[in-house]
Design a protein around this ligand. Structure first.
Ligand code: GLN
Length: 211
């Protein structure tokens, strides 16, 4: 198999953690690979898939717009580039974004996935938590770290929920979803040693781009 080139959007957030998680996952899968930190629009032409990390979605969105990455990345994704957004990255993918306290945010996003997201739905930094999350699609329970996390309240079109948790105010909330070549999760798989979720995304890249 040819070398797989996976990008990590490297404007803000936990870029390094995703680079390491991807490298570990690709090594464990014995795949020839390159992991590329994407800072400029032209780098989007070199990659087979991209991870959008956690961080601050408003900052990532503003920087992506300023560098010209936002529009080009949107076009690439709409043309089938596999993408995986975690936490702030999930917010970047959503077509509908609201904040739990301020409501409408009007922040620049990619708006490619048929999901409706609420930012900071679990509260502030002190309300961060970890749980064992069952993900039936992966046939596994993974340790999921939530840090000022968003969640999905609605999926439509071909978007489908992959994992849910319960919330005292909102009832059931979706914390992981997939729509064809697009994957999103509200937690941080890059912060644990378990590479299951990254491997699932790498298999999506193989399915859509390499085969
Ligand atoms: N609260 C952040 C946002 O709204 C996301 C937090 C994270 O990525 N850990 O962008």
């Amino acid at each position: 198999m040819r070398e797989i080139k996976v990008g990590v959007l490297a404007l803000q957030g936990d870029v390094e953690e995703h680079v390491w998680a991807l490298r570990r996952a690709l090594q464990e899968m014995n795949l020839p690979h390159r992991v590329i930190e994407v800072k400029f629009p032209k780098q989007l032409d070199e990659i087979d898939g991209i991870v959008i990390p956690g961080g601050e979605s408003t900052t990532i969105g503003i920087l992506a717009r300023r560098t010209g990455i936002l529009d080009k990345l949107r076009e690439k994704i709409l043309n089938g580039l596999p993408v995986f957004g975690t936490c702030a990255g999930l917010i970047m993918l959503a077509k509908e974004v609201r904040d739990a306290t301020v409501g409408e945010t009007r922040q620049p996003v990619l708006a490619v996935m048929d999901i409706s997201v609420i930012r900071n739905v679990f509260g502030r930094q002190k309300d961060s938590f970890e749980i064992d999350l069952e993900i039936p699609e992966l046939g596994k329970t993974v340790r999921a770290v939530f840090i000022r996390a968003p969640a999905i309240i609605r999926c439509w079109g071909t978007a489908r929920p992959l994992a849910k948790i319960s919330h005292e105010k909102y009832g059931e909330l979706i914390v992981m979803a997939r729509q064809e070549h697009m994957l999103a999760c509200a937690f941080h798989p890059e912060l644990t040693k378990d590479t299951t979720v990254h491997k699932y995304f790498i298999n999506m890249i193989i399915e859509y781009r390499i085969k």
